[in-house]
Ligand binder design. Structure first.
Ligand SMILES: [Zn+2]
Length: 64
């Protein structure tokens, strides 16, 4: 039981990257969000810069 609960908590540890482009938000009807599991990222500082697939704007970890 306790083990399962722990797994869920870990899975919930995600980093969200948001598209900051207002024009893109209007076209897409919402902000593009890319979610990565913390396990996949390992070291946030070493991660490559990511870009929105729609408008090629840099994704940022905080909401605009
Ligand atoms: Zn975008």
């Amino acid at each position: 039981m306790n083990n399962n609960k722990k797994k869920e908590d870990r899975a919930a540890m995600e980093i969200s990257y948001y598209c900051q482009n207002r024009q893109c938000q209007i076209i897409q009807k919402k902000s593009y969000v890319l979610k990565l599991k913390l396990d996949d990222v390992m070291d946030e500082k070493n991660i490559a810069q990511m870009y929105c697939p729609h408008c090629k704007t840099e994704l940022k970890t905080e909401k605009s």
